[in-house]
Every structure is written in structure tokens, then in C-alpha cells.
Design a protein around this ligand. Structure first.
Ligand SMILES: NC(=O)c1ccc[n+]([C@@H]2O[C@H](COP(=O)([O-])OP(=O)(O)OC[C@H]3O[C@@H](n4cnc5c(N)ncnc54)[C@H](OP(=O)(O)O)[C@@H]3O)[C@@H](O)[C@H]2O)c1
Length: 229
């Protein structure tokens, strides 16, 4: 059976590579991009390689955009079986000085974004009795690793980890929800000196998106291995 995977922020970086790897595994891809032109450009390569890729406009920080995307997909008869919440921003700044804008942005994209998409797409998975949700988090959101990195980013990713645990409890039979850290990856966010390729960064997302039915639920992973919270 062909599963359909929606990847947010699928137009570049780790998200585009997750689309590529899931397409190679035989998934139909819904590539979410807040700029549809950039999404179409990214999708063209995959389509040329013969993969089934549909581009949707999706700004995860915007309720209306998430609602419209879900409505368009439902109208087209597309059921999302796999949701990869990959879209993210590295919002930099201190907590007590400077503008509060980095916190607003980090929470809107990194935490409320996955919350919005979960509300839009997980009830369908629960109804159909099958689904996989992958939240692309970060080691910087881990208490065990000291909540390093920019404060708003770290806090928003810690909140995403908490969201993962609670969504997993509400998911219902057949739906598995997990989060993961891709490591330090060469993308616009990670920079050119990062230690990992996008293929390495996407690998654990692929693992979690294709878990067998007796796979883990509500965990945090890195390199396909459980990671301390
Ligand atoms: N790179 C690393 O070393 C690293 C390490 C740990 C975790 N991560 C996580 O991995 C994920 C992907 O990161 P990356 O390195 O691939 O970053 P990236 O190259 O900066 O790409 C970020 C993606 O998120 C999208 N995005 C940002 N805000 C959005 C919004 N409001 N709605 C929809 N899409 C939005 C961007 O779209 P636009 O093109 O429109 O901006 C882009 O597609 C993020 O969640 C990040 O926190 C990355």
C-alpha cells in the first residue's frame, strides 16, 4: 500500500532530503512550502526522477494556512498517513534583553506549527487506525544535554518534545508519534561547517516515518537510537 507523507518545510534543507528519501521508499509526497514557487522548484527534481510529488502552500505559523492546506488536500481526496513536522527557525536572542520577537517566532513555528498540523492531520490517522508522526526536534531542546543554543530555539524544541509525549498518548491505536534530532547538518540553518550531510540528517526521520506497527511511540531519537530527554 502506498502511504502519503506530508513534509513541512519540504522545499530545502533536511525537509527536502526527507521528501527524497520517503519518495525512494515508495511514498507519495506532499511537499509543504510556505513559498509555493520554491516548493515547485524543489519538487521538479523529484518529479523528473519519476516520484509522485504534490506541492502545497503551507506556512505552519499561520492557522489559516494550515486550515486551507488541510481543506485543499481533503477536497482532492488526499489522506495524510505520515506527517513530518520539519519546518523550523533558529531564532536567536537573549531572553531578558533585546526584542521578544525571537521567542514569538520560535514558538509560532517550532512548537505551535507542529501542534497546528497535528490537529489538522492526526484525527484522520486515528480514524483510519494507521499513522506516523515525526517531529524534527534538536539536541538543543534536551534537558539532559543542557538546553544549549539560542534560548528561544532551545525552549521551543523542548516544548516540541513535550508535545510529542502528549500527542503520543492521545494518538490512538496504530498511530505512532516520535521526535528526533538530526545532528548538526549542512543546511542554511546548520551552516557549511556542520559535520553531517542532509542524507545523514534525514535518516532518523525516515526510520521513524516507516516504523513497523510494533514500533516505539512517544520517544526521542538520534541515529535511530533512543536519546535522553
Ligand atoms: N541543520 C541543523 O544542524 C539542525 C540541527 C538540529 C535540528 N534541526 C532542525 O531540522 C529542521 C530542518 O532544519 P534545516 O537545517 O533543514 O533548516 P533550513 O535549511 O533553514 O530549512 C528550514 C525549513 O523550514 C521552513 N520554514 C521556516 N519557517 C516556516 C514556516 N513558518 N512555515 C513553513 N515552513 C517554514 C523553511 O522554509 P523557507 O524556505 O520558506 O524559509 C525551510 O524549508 C528544523 O526543524 C531544525 O530546527 C536542524
Amino acid at each position: 500500500m502506498v502511504h502519503t507523507a506530508l513534509v513541512t518545510g519540504g522545499n530545502r534543507g533536511i525537509g527536502l532530503e526527507i521528501c527524497r528519501q520517503l519518495a525512494r521508499e515508495g511514498h507519495a509526497i506532499v511537499l509543504g512550502s510556505r513559498d509555493p514557487a520554491s516548493g515547485k522548484e524543489a519538487a521538479a527534481d523529484l518529479q523528473r526522477a519519476g516520484h509522485d510529488v504534490r506541492v502545497v502552500a503551507l506556512d505552519v505559523s499561520d492557522d489559516e494556512s494550515v486550515r486551507a492546506c488541510a481543506g485543499d488536500l481533503a477536497g482532492a481526496g488526499v489522506e495524510v498517513d505520515v506527517l513530518v513536522n520539519n519546518a523550523g527557525v533558529l531564532a536567536e536572542g537573549d531572553l531578558l534583553s533585546g526584542s521578544p520577537a525571537p521567542m514569538d517566532e520560535a514558538v509560532a513555528v517550532n512548537f505551535l506549527g507542529p501542534y497546528r498540523t497535528a490537529r489538522a492531520f492526526m484525527p484522520g490517522m486515528t480514524r483510519r487506525g494507521w499513522g506516523r508522526v515525526v517531529n524534527v526536534s534538536s539536541g538543543w531542546g534536551s534537558f539532559a544535554s543542557g538546553l544549549e543554543g539560542p534560548a528561544a530555539y532551545a525552549i521551543s524544541k523542548a516544548a516540541l518534545n513535550a508535545l510529542t509525549v502528549r500527542l503520543a498518548r492521545e494518538a490512538g491505536p496504530g498511530v505512532l508519534v516520535n521526535c528526533m534530532c538530526p545532528g548538526w547538518v549542512r543546511t542554511r540553518m546548520g551552516g557549511a561547517t556542520a559535520t553531517r550531510s542532509v542524507a545523514q540528517g534525514a535518516d532518523t526521520a525516515l526510520f521513524l516515518a516507516t516504523l513497523p506497527d510494533d514500533g516505539p511511540n512517544g520517544g526521542f531519537f538520534r541515529d535511530r537510537t533512543p536519546e535522553p530527554w
